[in-house]
Design a protein around this ligand. Structure first.
Ligand code: 3PG
Length: 210
C-alpha cells in the first residue's frame, strides 16, 4: 500500500508522454527531486508502454496508472506493472477489481453523495477532482468535517502556489498534478527543470508538516 510512502512525500506528479524513454526520463527526474510515486495518465497511445517501461527499468519508482476509465484498462495497467489506479470518477467495477487484487485505488469524487458511495464501498482514500473548480480546500474542509475517516488526494488545479494550503489539511494524504511535468520543458529535454519543480514541491510539503 502506498499510503506510507505518500505520508513521507505527499505529492503525486502526473506523467504524460508519447515515448516510453521520455516517460522514463521524466520519472527519473522526479525521483531525483525527491518524488518517487508517479502516475502515468492513460491519455496517449503509448501510455501503457510508458508505464511498463518505468515499472521495469526503474523499479525503485512506484508507478500507477491514471485516467483509468474502464475495468479493461485497470486490468491491463496492472498487468503492465501499475501499483495503483487513479480514476477521474467512481467506477465500482474498477474499485472492486483493485480491492480484490489488494491494489490501491483512488477514484475521483466531489460531492457528499459521491464520498458516501465511496465510503459504502469500504474506501477510505479518494481523489478529489477537479479540486480547484470544486471548491478547493474550503470544500475539502467541509467534507472532512463529516467524513472523518476519509482521506483525500486533491488533483486538478493544484500548483506550487496552493499546494501548502491543501497539505495543511489533516484529511489530505497527498496532492496530485501535472504542474511538476510541464510539457514545454519535457519537449525541450530540460529534465533538470522537472527535478527543480519536484524539489520545490518536496520543500513545500515539508513546510506544510508533510
Ligand atoms: C488529472 O488527471 O488528475 C488532472 O488532469 C490533473 O489536473 P492538473 O493538470 O490541473 O494538475
Amino acid at each position: 500500500m502506498i499510503a506510507e510512502l505518500l505520508r513521507k512525500t505527499p505529492v503525486v506528479p502526473l506523467v504524460q508522454a508519447d515515448e516510453p524513454q521520455v516517460a522514463l526520463k521524466t520519472a527519473m527526474a522526479l525521483k531525483e527531486g525527491g518524488l518517487a510515486v508517479v502516475e502515468v495518465v492513460l491519455r496517449t497511445d503509448a501510455a501503457l508502454d510508458c508505464l511498463e517501461t518505468i515499472a521495469t527499468e526503474a523499479p525503485e519508482i512506484v508507478v500507477g496508472a491514471g485516467t483509468v476509465l474502464s475495468l479493461r484498462q485497470a486490468e491491463e495497467a496492472k498487468r503492465r506493472g501499475a501499483r495503483f489506479i487513479v480514476s477521474p470518477g467512481l467506477n465500482e467495477e474498477i474499485v472492486c477489481f483493485c480491492q480484490s487484487n489488494e491494489m490501491d485505488v483512488f477514484p475521483g469524487v466531489v460531492t457528499a453523495s459521491e464520498v458516501q458511495r465511496a465510503f459504502n464501498l469500504e474506501l477510505r482514500t479518494v481523489k478529489f477532482f477537479p479540486a480547484g473548480l470544486s471548491g478547493g480546500a474550503p470544500m475539502l474542509k467541509a467534507l472532512s468535517s463529516v467524513f472523518r475517516e476519509m482521506q483525500f488526494m486533491p488533483t486538478g488545479g493544484v500548483s506550487a502556489g496552493n499546494l501548502k494550503e491543501y497539505l495543511s489539511l489533516s484529511s489530505v494524504i497527498a496532492c496530485g498534478g501535472s504542474w511538476l511535468t510541464p510539457s514545454k520543458e519535457i519537449e525541450a529535454g530540460n529534465f533538470e527543470a522537472v527535478t527543480q519543480l519536484a524539489r520545490e514541491a518536496v520543500e513545500i510539503a515539508r513546510s506544510a508538516g508533510g
